[in-house]
Ligand binder design. Sequence first.
Ligand SMILES: NC(=O)c1ccc[n+]([C@@H]2O[C@H](COP(=O)([O-])OP(=O)(O)OC[C@H]3O[C@@H](n4cnc5c(N)ncnc54)[C@H](O)[C@@H]3O)[C@@H](O)[C@H]2O)c1
Length: 276
Amino acid sequence: MSTSSQTTNSKLHRILLTGAAGGLGKVLRERLRPFAEILRLSDIAAIAPSEGAHEEVVSCDLSDKAAVHGLVEGCDAIVHLGGVSVERPFEEILEANIKGVFNVYEAARRHGVKRVVFASSNHVIGFHKQSERLDASAQRRPDGYYGLSKSFGEDVAQFYFDRYGIETVSIRIGSSFPEPLNRRMMSTWLSYRDLTSLIEKSIFTPGVKHTIVYGMSANRDVWWDNSAAAHLGFVPQDTSEVFRDKVEAQPPVAPTDPNAIYQGGAFTAQGPFGDQ
Ligand SMILES: NC(=O)c1ccc[n+]([C@@H]2O[C@H](COP(=O)([O-])OP(=O)(O)OC[C@H]3O[C@@H](n4cnc5c(N)ncnc54)[C@H](O)[C@@H]3O)[C@@H](O)[C@H]2O)c1
């Protein structure tokens, strides 16, 4: 792949976007268009049909190894968003996220893909208190099976770099929605514009090895320090401040509520699932 230029005019031949039917996938379908001649869109769920020669739509279950190998063949980079994105019983997480991320990297190795952007999550470090400030080297404290699967995915990314030279940017996405929905998201919010910019940097910056970056906008009260990912040159343009009045009009959150204590918020109090 051609990663020699950092300009916005950089264009790969084909980028694979997994999770293309999901909330962020739908947003990125349009926004990733300038970065590749062809965007291969994939999901287990239905995706709106291809809108022209610049798009390919491929249905695929990420837990199906042979299908993932076919999916990845011919791609120059992978933006891996597919998987279960909330806390669920382990067996569901195992198939979509754990087998899924392994299948994606194995396929990348087999088919010579050298760059992956992995949608990791703040739930990798969710049991840290909101009073703490973390950088990429902070101890991981996953807040559930979902967070554990993302932590595994980061380890897979590191392994495939160390062993095979496949480079990854793992983006620990905070909360990427049109606007912050609650007080916690005032710290974790990542606008779609900033997400797109971060993915662009993650695709085109040369020599990223395995970089971990927190996906957040330029919010006022942040918990995360991205100095270890400065080489990406990511400069967020948006801030949750513009929504402060609206969010603070909501009823206050009790100090004992996990949403007020932990970086992972309510995820820290989900489950157990295995007692039925
Ligand atoms: N939106 C956020 O704020 C946020 C925060 C942290 C991390 N993330 C991560 O970013 C990614 C995208 O998030 P989202 O909000 O769009 O989630 P989403 O749930 O809307 O989309 C995930 C997509 O993955 C697909 N999927 C699930 N299992 C699959 C399987 N076995 N095979 C193929 N596809 C499968 C789903 O059908 C869905 O369309 C996810 O990996 C999520 O964990 C998102």
